[in-house]
Design a protein around this ligand. Structure first.
Ligand SMILES: [Fe+2]
Length: 251
């Protein structure tokens, strides 16, 4: 979700949407919560109170330094696992859903344009094994620029996790699918925020920076707000039975 428009939509509509769609567990990528870039403890608490069970982050995790200590103490807000070992916080958590099911959530960063400390492929197997020790349902948020990396990770994890859901590009892809081994996947779950924009930024500012190559201070756009995401159903074995891309206009 992106900026104040995305946050307002979440706070206003997420509780109702959870009811309408029968959602037991909600994972929200919150790295663009604070004015479109980064997240603060206060914003994280608001999003959790609005109905997010776990918040994942990404390449903009460290834009607001006040989040650092908060991440050390939080079990519900995680950052990509493939930062350095010295970085605050954790990249995997297991949280109990409202219906008592334990859900493992893993957050990893792709390599293209992201420069993680290590490749997600170096540590994903260990993370999945660790999550599966205490949870049958395991969801991976792969935060990445390249469709190829996200599709490859989905294939690599097929049959071992419930879902591999892509984030970061803010553009929802039309490839929601259940793979052969029973893992649901979508290359990008999309953006909850202002779509009358260039991926959340005021259109004129984004174009100005691209046309001139000069520094331009970005501002979050306001219009065309939509809630986007992916809805996954799974069985008791943790394998997925359905996945659907979600698009809801707001208000
Ligand atoms: Fe990102």
């Amino acid at each position: 979700m992106v900026g104040a428009p995305g946050r307002r939509a979440i706070q206003d509509r997420l509780p109702g949407l959870r009811e309408e769609l029968g959602v037991d567990f909600c994972i929200l990528n919150g790295e663009n919560a604070a004015d479109g870039i980064g997240i603060t403890p206060k914003l994280a608490e608001r999003l959790l109170a609005a109905g997010a069970d776990v918040i994942t982050l990404g390449n903009h995790t460290w834009r607001r330094s006040e989040i650092n200590h908060y991440l050390d103490d939080s079990e519900r807000v995680i950052r990509p696992a493939n930062f350095t070992a010295a970085a605050p916080g954790r990249g995997m958590t297991v949280v109990e859903s409202g219906n008592g099911t334990r859900v493992g959530v893993i957050n990893v960063l792709g390599s293209l344009f992201m420069e993680p400390a290590i490749s997600m492929f170096e540590l994903i197997d260990g993370l999945v094994d660790e999550a599966r020790k205490s949870a049958k349902v395991v969801v991976v948020d792969v935060h990445g620029e390249a469709t190829s990396e996200k599709v490859a990770l989905s294939c690599w994890l097929d049959g071992r996790v419930t879902a591999v859901l892509g984030t970061h590009t803010h553009v929802q892809t039309s490839d929601a699918r259940i793979q052969r081994g029973g893992t649901a996947a979508i290359t990008d779950a999309g953006m909850t925020g202002p779509h009358d924009s260039v991926i959340g930024v005021k259109t004129n500012l984004a174009i100005q920076r691209m046309r001139t190559g000069m520094p331009v201070r970005f501002e979050t756009a306001e219009g065309g707000v939509r809630i986007e995401g992916a809805l996954v159903d799974c069985g008791d074995d943790g394998l997925a039975t359905a996945i659907e891309a979600i698009r809801v206009d707001y208000p």
